[in-house]
Write a protein that binds this ligand. Sequence first.
Ligand code: NAI
Length: 340
Amino acid sequence: LLGSLISRISPNLIRYASSSSASSTGRKVAVLGASGGIGQPLSLLLKLSPLISDLSLYDIQHTKGVGADLSHIETRAKVKAYVGKEELGNALKGMDLVVIPAGVPRKPGMTRDDLFNTNATIVADLVSACAKNCPRAIIAIIANPVNSTVVIAAEILKANNVYDEKKVVGVTTLDVVRAATFVAEAKGLDPTKVNVPVIGGHSGNTIIPLLSQVSPPVSFSQQELDSLSTRIQNAGTEVVEAKAGTGSATLSMAHAGARFSFSVLEALSGKQGVVECGYIASHDGEFSHFATPLLFGRNGVEKSMGTGKLSDYEKKLLEKAKKELNTNIQSGLTFAKQYL
Ligand code: NAI
């Protein structure tokens, strides 16, 4: 009954209830920062998935309580809670996928880059532990500024001789989720059926929604293009301001992180044609890292689907993004050099 109810609500939610995949090899997933605003609801959503056999919760505080609570839910995943640095190695051993929402969130008036000093070190420490304990895992980075933290992760894995660029991805799914919601609202469409690719990076100007490539195809006036693009780029700030100093997006991010994770896990299990946008090492253009739609497979990202043909409007957005994206990438490289 739950399955049929959920399937009427949203195709994305079928992933929580579908029993057909429960017989497949269960995957091992770790959430680092599991006690946080994103970490708790993300861990809840992951606990509901029949794809996951083991859910490892790590944080520097409160994970024992979060773990005890989630462990009572009658679903497949066995929950284990780890707290503090000395338990980090055990939290990571054998993992197929490590999702990282650890770090401080924005307060009103802050940019994602203002989080750099704190979060860069947190991500560097956590990824160093991944290099030692689960070098083959796919690493999904939520911690901001994503444009830099992914670059840091890549440098650390390189220094440990375990870098596989197909396995380190910055999670930009929330931009895609927001874009679909706002376009559906503007055009009176079912949001679960709308797909809007978002390329570039994950902060302000670097978020480039491709409104010329919306599926199903829709056309926009110049005014709609301006207002929708601006709203998608500033949607995170909308939430930061509404939360008035208590944090940034957590619930919608938990959904986006779970959606991304399920896509990765389905592709690992052999599902064909799984595409999600993500920020990853790139060799196609002038940036060492760039977000595009990515095709996932049994070993992580199989290939980037590229940007497709950009409209003149999108070419201008890309032009405006260049400086910030390059600066963010450079900050990541500079930090990694000092850290290593
Ligand atoms: P939060 O402050 O509620 O939670 C962060 C958690 O990380 C806390 O439980 C904290 O104890 C933990 N933590 C801190 N240092 C740690 C360490 N060294 N190891 C393990 N855990 C550690 O913050 P929230 O709201 O959950 O946000 C987390 C991050 O996600 C922020 O950097 C935020 O900017 C980012 N974010 C990213 C989005 C995206 O689209 N990629 C969207 C929204 C937020």
